[in-house]
Write a protein that binds this ligand. Sequence first.
Ligand code: AMP
Length: 422
Amino acid sequence: MTSFQSLNIIEPILKSLEEEGYTTPTPIQEQAIPIVLQGTDLLGCAQTGTGKTAAFAIPILQILGANRSYDKKRKIRSLIVTPTRELAIQIDESFKAYGRHTGMTCTVIFGGVKQNPQTAILRNGVDILVATPGRLLDLMNQGFISLRDIEIFVLDEADRMLDMGFIHDVKKIIAALPRKRQSLFFSATMPDEIVTLASTILYKPKEVSVTPKSSTVDIIQQFVYFVDKGNKNGLLTEILKDPKIRTMLVFTRTKHGADKVVRILQKNKIKAEAIHGNKAQNARQRALTLFKAQEIRVLVATDIAARGIDVDDLGYVLNFEMPNISETYVHRIGRTGRAGADGIAISFCDATEKPYLKDIEKLISKKITVVDNHPFPLMDHHPVAPVKQQRGERRSSSPNQKRSSNSNPRESNNNKNKWRGR
Ligand code: AMP
């Protein structure tokens, strides 16, 4: 088995990896670290959860540390551009953790907050800068940041940059980089547009690719509950009666849906917060911090907001709706079972979502275990599209009611034991 030692990592970094509890490199680290250490450009097809941050952070720290400058003021020698604030913060934390015995310094900038604390740190000089595109350009334009001395540039989550409409910003940033540099480019998917973008940034790159499918999905225990749409809240509340569930990340399709789930959980005295695009940056960060500290039990998120959420020890991921794009399912459940840890993924599937389940099972090449015998079994097998109701009008059909005769929660507890005990 490959070890970090055999990848020729220097002692101060090995020490911090040991402190982090990393014993063996993940596949992306094993492949990418030697390439980056050689000074070669890299095209990495990998997503969050594979250990890709360390795959670039470790060799960057090592290269910068090997030829450090003794100028009075540190210059920015490595720049990492990433699409979201959450990712940026995590990358900065990773650099700080892996680099804690190297003497290298790192800072992070992102929008939605006051710039003064960020510019104050920049003014003192820093070796490594992690940034989201908007704030980076803003501070460049104001003269706080120069990219003149960048030796290693990383573009992270390039496909997400495209999705979020950052492509022009990214192009402007690239135009400001020195021509002579090493570039690392990461993307979870490689559509044509991304391949074109990569070709404008990279010089004779080596490619590495890791699929989360085999590395992540196989170790996650996956369960599906067939349940009517209107009973999903009830079932979630029921499942959360299990005290073994210390933290759970719940995915909803819409922002509105996320807020609704939070309201219902809070009504049931379950500590929950939502994280999505309509929330202010501060509120999102606060929710994430509370969740990481396990001061709230449930974080409800939409896909974009959840991208990059990295919580050690996340035991449970729950799909409140089946994602209609199968890859999204893999991305979502990859939030748990990180780096070899156990994880449980639960999905709620109503009758209309059954085709999505089929597609997902095809993609992951396995059947997801069905949990039946729960208190809210699927009753409405042919739901019709909801007709707009008049104010005050009541729904006539009642699939949304908890089964009365056989609703003994103990039954569901037994049932839960079924999946907990695996
Ligand atoms: P990333 O894909 O960079 O977001 O990393 C996913 C998670 O895996 C993070 O929580 C890292 O702390 C963790 N991790 C990264 N590399 C290793 C490793 N070699 N051994 C154990 N955990 C790791």
